[in-house]
Design a protein around this ligand. Structure first.
Ligand code: ATP
Ligand code: FE
Length: 335
């Protein structure tokens, strides 16, 4: 008997795997994550200038854990707090990667929950040019990967990208979303359904039928679906980005950079095709390395640095202040 235990009732998040006979196979406490980051950097809390923490968007219960931890450290060591918007962090980490990347710039943020085209005028000043009207592209990758029976333990996106390499991208005619809408918004729910229908109509047993037990013919079919999905998913990105570049250059002719970030930006096919869009329009593509495209602490710390330098931070929390969520009111929404 093997049991996974998860404990989140207090300051720390803890998890462990314990065997029926009481043998502890592993145990981890999330405060160890913070401690390890400090140890690995060879610094202590008192060396810090401030603490940056994600305040949204995200699941409020998850956000609370981080905010609570940040406030606790900030109180104890009298440090200011910088509340960070998760999507702003996905965008701004590109400025850590490329020190020449000045405002204004155009950014495409593609992840599990968001599909955003943003004109970044200056720090904290963003104009949204487009968003998804239903699902984000990462969600479409994740669901399609699951339906195709891929091993999604390391994420659906990377698994589908891998399988697509074996497939014919023109094998299945999926229709490109929203062509009749002359705007910069996105839609991936319909494409997701098209994938599901393609799987079902070809009699591939959808859902939890592992590709590892598929016949060669079945595997090729799934690879063709993966490649055809990816082609259209990215074609949709390209079309909307081309329009957004045109809009952005009209508003801000001095734009030189096109930033692409968020988990889906780790995809090589995505990078190649968006690089082409940038090139075609005389812009330089800035796409952080995959480890900085998917969620990471670096992007939060870096965005914290940007805001801290600009004087945008909260004073250290008072010792007796009970309201942990106060900092959450201060989300700088991308609007
Ligand atoms: P959000 O940033 O919208 O809140 P999130 O934080 O959960 O969502 P990220 O970590 O930024 O998402 O990105 C995860 C998403 O990126 C997942 O949907 C994942 O499948 C996708 N992804 C990661 N690598 C790849 C890849 N190589 N190809 C396609 N998609 C990928
Ligand atoms: Fe994210």
């Amino acid at each position: 008997l093997l049991m996974l235990g998860i404990e989140t009732s207090c300051d720390d998040t803890a998890a462990a795997v314990v065997r029926g006979d009481g043998v502890i196979l592993s145990q981890v406490v999330s405060s160890q994550v913070v401690q390890k980051a400090l140890n690995d950097a060879n610094v202590s809390e008192s060396d810090l200038c401030a603490v940056a923490v994600t305040v949204g968007p995200g699941l409020s219960l998850c956000l609370r854990v981080g905010v609570h931890k940040a406030r606790k450290i900030a109180k104890e060591f009298r440090l200011p707090i910088v509340g960070v918007h998760h999507m702003e962090a996905h965008a701004l980490v590109s400025r850590l990667v490329n020190k020449d990347l000045n405002f204004p710039f155009l950014a495409l943020l593609i992840s599990g929950g968001h599909n955003l085209l943003v004109l970044a005028h200056e720090l904290g000043k963003y104009v949204q040019l487009g968003t998804t009207i239903d699902d984000a592209i990462g969600e479409a990758y994740d669901k399609s990967a699951r339906w195709l029976g891929l091993d999604i333990r390391k994420g659906g996106g990377p698994a589908l990208e891998q399988l697509a390499l074996e497939g014919d991208p023109k094998a299945i005619k999926f229709s490109v979303p929203m062509r009749q809408h002359k705007d910069c918004n996105f839609s991936y729910a319909g494409l997701k359904t098209q994938v599901r229908l393609a799987i079902e109509s070809r009699n591939i047993p959808a859902d939890h039928i592992s590709i590892s037990s598929a016949t060669e013919e079945d595997r090729q079919l799934r690879a063709n679906i993966a490649a055809s999905f990816q082609r259209v998913a990215v074609l949709h990105l390209e079309e909307r980005c081309q329009r957004a570049v045109e809009w952005a250059l009209k508003m801000e002719p001095s734009i030189k950079y096109f930033v692409v970030s968020g988990g889906v930006a780790s995809n090589q096919y995505v990078r190649t095709h968006l690089n082409h869009i940038a090139d075609k329009n005389g812009l330089q593509l800035v796409c952080p390395p995959p480890s900085l495209c998917t969620d990471n602490g670096v992007m939060i710390a870096w965005t914290g640095i940007e805001h801290f330098i600009a004087g945008r931070f909260d004073d250290p929390p008072a010792f007796d202040e009970p309201d942990d969520m106060q900092v959450m009111q201060q989300i700088n929404m991308v609007s």
